[in-house]
Design a protein around this ligand. Structure first.
Ligand code: ADP
Ligand code: ADP
Length: 220
């Protein structure tokens, strides 16, 4: 599903290059659950953003579901992202001015899903994740755990094949964090591929495989 080859990312300041990622090679198969670990500044978020097509490397190639990502036009890349990827952010990134219902509905609006179908799909998700009673609240009326749950439901609603999560439990207490990890575990059982960045050994253990980054390199 994800095949990264010889990925380099650097920032140029004057004549000096600072490397963020150095020769990253990574294959992730459909159905896998991968945890990316490593100290702060080791390049974890940059790697996740590249996989999610939110960032581009300076060198290297990337095949996503057979598509040569960096040879595509921006618009085609955006289409791939919207159809197949759900991104879960550490600090939720919900839209403050929209209700829970409207936040969750947003990806369906982007995909031009008909109004009647949208209603049915949103109702179904609210029900599945037990948040019907919260649908008319705004993000600032929810706890961190509830906001992250809404962020996950929004990432899921368009049925992505790949969920990318950047420290999804980083702002949550351990009970809330466990609930989120159990949701990922269940989704993975249903066939969704998951790549998470985490600092927590406990959360990392939910994955099948741990990738360790150190100074922009994958440790072997
Ligand atoms: P991690 O997620 O492991 O903490 P990041 O991928 O966020 O690491 O960042 C890796 C390194 O890249 C850090 O040292 C960070 O300071 C640096 N970095 C990120 N963005 C930029 C930028 N726009 N310019 C220069 N350095 C950057
Ligand atoms: P449109 O212009 O496409 O009709 P609206 O803003 O009127 O969009 O509403 C979009 C859809 O979302 C409608 O089907 C509306 O009934 C539904 N909707 C919006 N907020 C809520 C909510 N809090 N509870 C139930 N349905 C909602």
């Amino acid at each position: 599903m994800v095949e990264l080859q010889n990925i380099y990312k650097w920032y140029q300041v004057g004549g000096n290059r600072t490397f963020i990622l150095k020769d990253i090679n990574l294959n992730v198969k459909e159905g896998e659950f991968i945890s990316i670990m490593g100290p702060s500044g080791s390049g974890k978020s940059t790697l996740l953003n590249i996989i999610g097509m939110l960032d581009q490397p300076n060198e290297g190639s990337y095949q996503f579901l057979g598509n040569d990502v960096f040879k595509l036009k921006e618009k085609q890349r955006t289409e791939l992202y919207k159809r197949f990827i759900g991104f879960v952010f550490q600090s939720y990134h919900l839209i403050d001015e929209l209700t829970v219902y409207e936040n969750i509905e947003t990806p369906l609006l982007y995909q031009d899903v008909r109004s009647s179908d949208r209603k049915a799909i949103v109702a179904d998700m609210l029900d599945r994740f037990n948040i019907v009673g919260k649908k008319d609240l705004f993000p600032n009326q929810l706890s961190g755990g509830q906001q992250q749950l809404v962020g996950i439901v929004r990432a899921l609603i368009a049925k992505p094949k790949l969920i990318l999560a950047d420290e999804p439990t980083g702002n949550l207490n351990s009970t809330q964090g466990e609930e989120i990890m159990e949701i990922f575990k269940q989704l993975n059982k249903e066939g969704v591929t998951i790549i998470q960045v985490t600092h927590s050994e406990k959360n990392a253990a939910y994955g099948h495989r741990i990738i360790e980054l150190m100074d922009g390199l994958i440790k072997h």
